[in-house]
Write a protein that binds this ligand. Structure first.
Ligand SMILES: *Cc1c(COP(=O)(O)O)cnc(C)c1O
Length: 450
């Protein structure tokens, strides 16, 4: 019985899969936050280098991965796939459970899959510095590491509550050469105006995005970089699903259901999009995005145009949203606390191609602990949502006495998030359902776009 399913370095995918030409239905335009008109590539140039702007809107189904990027990927890719024999046994399920493990990257998550190409395209376009934001620090550490490879400077605005709670991610960013500011900071107008009204503001991803966008827009040599949500980010992550398909071929299997946790949508998209293409061609495969009940963007949000950030500086996209001024509670899965979602994933949900589910955090930690005690890998709190989803599917298979093949994305490990596990074992975790009234209030502030 094979446990690890491995590819050689020479089997690394040479192209990314771009889902844009295969999307069901019309794609909504991206709207300029100032003019409320569709954005042009020129509007985006203060924020992103041209090669990434082109990828954001590309009609090409396959896009070559540059050799320089492949050379960096070889430090940890292809990533392993595992058959979860030990977990299956503990569950007593007839289901086969496979997981793709992205925690083998130096930063411990899938995020370097897009950080590296983003740094590369910035380098060739002449960018000197990248400004970005980070919640729990996974993205900040990934972009810091990537900038090192291509000789770029890096500034990271880190959500203040995490800056205090997760000091080791800050250490990682410094080690990889980045400067890190707690957000809201006094470095930007966006940060200063929030601090003037609320000096103790603990920050949010939306606020940190506003600061990084402002930094990039106001410095000629600086560009902005986003670790999730955008089309080009989802495309860079498809290397996960493309590898996974090759790995499943080795064992002669194909999934009935593909599962990922959902924050901004990138790791889910990365695993699922190559299977969406199969589904469109008639394959019978379900795709399931799992999010926290405390930040229920896909399950309780609306599909509407909204700002990407709190200060209304980032472009407006049509997506599932809880409202740009939504303030998520301080759950431990810091990477899943964004008010919006990838427009591509949102459209697939809207069209009924992708299923969604919201799960409470204690049930996720139950799943993560069972996983760590059977498969031994300590999951990131974010990834525990995918594990919960996979275990629930496996238990359902047991109840129904059905064989089923489950594939999920183990998006990262939890080695710098052990405080979250301490909180779980000390019974300090609580389950929040985000109150409907608060969602309604946030949703009353959406921009009016025709
Ligand atoms: C950031 C992060 C996520 C959530 O982001 P997506 O863009 O939704 O993938 C999930 N898991 C881990 C380990 C992360 O670091």
């Amino acid at each position: 019985m094979q446990t690890k399913i491995l590819l050689n370095e020479d089997q690394l995918p040479k192209q990314w899969y771009n889902i844009i030409p295969d999307m069901p239905g019309e794609m909504a335009p991206v709207i300029h936050p100032g003019t409320l008109q569709p954005v042009t590539p020129d509007d985006l140039l203060p924020l992103f280098p041209m090669p990434l702007i082109e990828q954001e809107m590309s009609p090409d189904r396959w896009i070559d991965i540059p050799q320089e990027v492949l050379e960096v990927f070889k430090l940890w890719r292809p990533s392993p796939m595992f058959r979860a024999h030990q977990l299956e046994k503990a569950l007593g399920t007839p289901a086969k459970i496979y997981y793709k493990y992205e925690g083998v990257s130096p930063a411990g998550s899938h995020k370097p899959n897009t950080a590296v190409p983003q740094a590369y395209y910035n380098k060739i376009a002449g960018t000197k510095r990248i400004a970005s934001e980070t919640g729990a620090g996974q993205w900040g550490s990934s972009i810091a590491m990537a900038c090192q490879h291509f000789g770029l400077e890096c500034t990271v605005y880190m959500v203040k509550v995490s800056y205090g709670q997760k000091p080791y991610r800050k250490s990682m960013m410094r080690l990889w050469g980045a400067e890190v500011f707690p957000s809201p900071s006094d470095k930007t107008n966006a940060g200063r105006s929030i601090l003037a009204n609320d000096p103790d503001n603990q920050g949010s991803l939306g606020i940190a995005i506003s600061e990084a966008v402002e930094d990039a827009a106001t410095h000629e040599d600086t560009r902005y970089s986003l670790g999730s949500v955008l089309n080009h980010v989802c495309m860079h992550q498809t290397i996960i699903g493309l590898e996974a398909k090759e790995q499943l071929k080795i064992v002669g299997d194909y999934p009935d259901v593909v599962i990922g946790c959902h924050g901004g949508g990138s790791n889910f998209a990365g695993l699922a999009f190559p299977f969406v293409a199969d589904k469109a061609n008639g394959k019978n495969v379900r795709l399931l995005a799992v999010e926290p009940a405390s930040c229920p963007t896909l399950t309780k949000g609306v599909y509407a145009f909204d700002y990407g950030d709190t200060a209304k500086m980032a472009p407006i996209s049509r997506m599932y949203t809880l409202g740009h001024d939504f303030m998520p509670p301080g759950i431990h899965a810091g990477g899943l606390r964004y008010h919006g979602a990838s427009p591509l994933v949102s459209q697939l949900v809207h069209e009924g191609v992708v299923e969604t589910k919201a799960v409470p955090q204690i049930a996720c930690f139950d799943a993560a602990v069972l996983f760590a005690r059977t498969e031994s890998i300590i999951p990131a709190p974010e990834s525990s949502h995918a594990i919960r989803g996979a275990i629930d599917e496996a238990l359902l298979a047991k109840e129904e006495g059905k064989e089923k093949t489950i594939l999920f994305n183990l998006s990262g490990h939890g080695h710098v998030d052990m405080a979250a596990y301490d909180a779980y074992f000390n019974n300090e975790l609580v389950d929040y359902e985000y109150p409907e009234a608060a969602i309604k209030e946030s949703l009353s502030h959406l921009p009016k776009v025709d």
